[in-house]
Write a protein that binds this ligand. Structure first.
Ligand code: ZN
Length: 229
């Protein structure tokens, strides 16, 4: 869920960026890395790159950073690693999955709230652009509501990419937690964006994207077990 008023900039971005082929996301034999890149990485970091470093490098080639020619500057990598560490391996490992039966149950509630007006979203999600209660499916004074793999977003926030990343963070939380998600969430407090752990994570992700709109979408991160060193 997202609070109205915490929204900063609006970024034009394709909502349904197609998923690219994930190579060796579960480990296995790394692809033959570029020897020049390996040497450069070793001299910069003082260690050998692992599979995660290689996947992160490939990501940086697909999505330009803030450098003059689109290269990722040191501060870009710092921001990216902040996002990765904030989400952690537990959530990033859920990318490309769909969650179990608990997630499916919650997805169904979302479909009902969306009155079946759903569009295909990224990474197996479905998105409905709706209005607030009582005319639509989202509680008053909120801009987004996620149920399992179903994301409800206020019509006026259709191009709000940081908000989508906030709600997608909830999708990953559902997939990880399953049926226990809603009871756990309620323990943290409804409408409690400052103290509910699920919301604190969502709000922080949203802020990172508001300040760094160049960042690749979360679902493009290939989790290969984390970087070393
Ligand atoms: Zn939220």
């Amino acid at each position: 869920m997202s609070a109205k008023g915490s929204l900063g900039i609006f970024v034009e971005w394709p909502i349904a960026t197609p998923l690219r082929l994930r190579e060796n996301a579960e480990g296995g034999t790394p692809p033959p890395p570029d020897p020049d890149w390996v040497a450069d990485f070793q001299s910069t970091h003082g260690r050998d790159p692992n599979q995660q470093d290689w996947q992160d490098h490939l990501l940086s080639l697909r999505y330009p950073g803030t450098g003059p020619n689109g290269e990722w500057l040191d501060r870009d990598w710092q921001v990216y690693y902040r996002l990765v560490d904030l989400l952690g391996g537990d959530l990033l490992g859920q990318i490309g999955k769909r969650g179990g039966h608990g997630t499916g149950l919650y997805s169904g509630i979302g479909v009902f709230l969306a009155l079946w007006k759903l569009e295909p979203g990224p990474d197996g999600t479905r998105i409905a652009y709706v209005r607030n209660f009582p005319a639509g499916g989202i509680p008053p004074n909120t801009t987004g509501w996620t149920w399992g793999n179903t994301i409800l977003i206020l019509e006026s926030e259709r191009n709000n990419r940081p908000l989508l990343m906030h709600e997608y963070t909830h999708v990953l939380q559902y997939r990880l937690t399953g049926i226990r998600y809603v009871p756990n969430y309620l323990k943290g407090g409804l409408y409690n964006w400052d103290n509910n752990p699920y919301e604190m994570q969502g709000v922080e992700v949203q802020q990172i994207y508001e300040w760094n709109p160049w960042l690749p979408p979360i679902w493009e991160i290939v989790w290969a077990g984390g970087r070393s060193g």
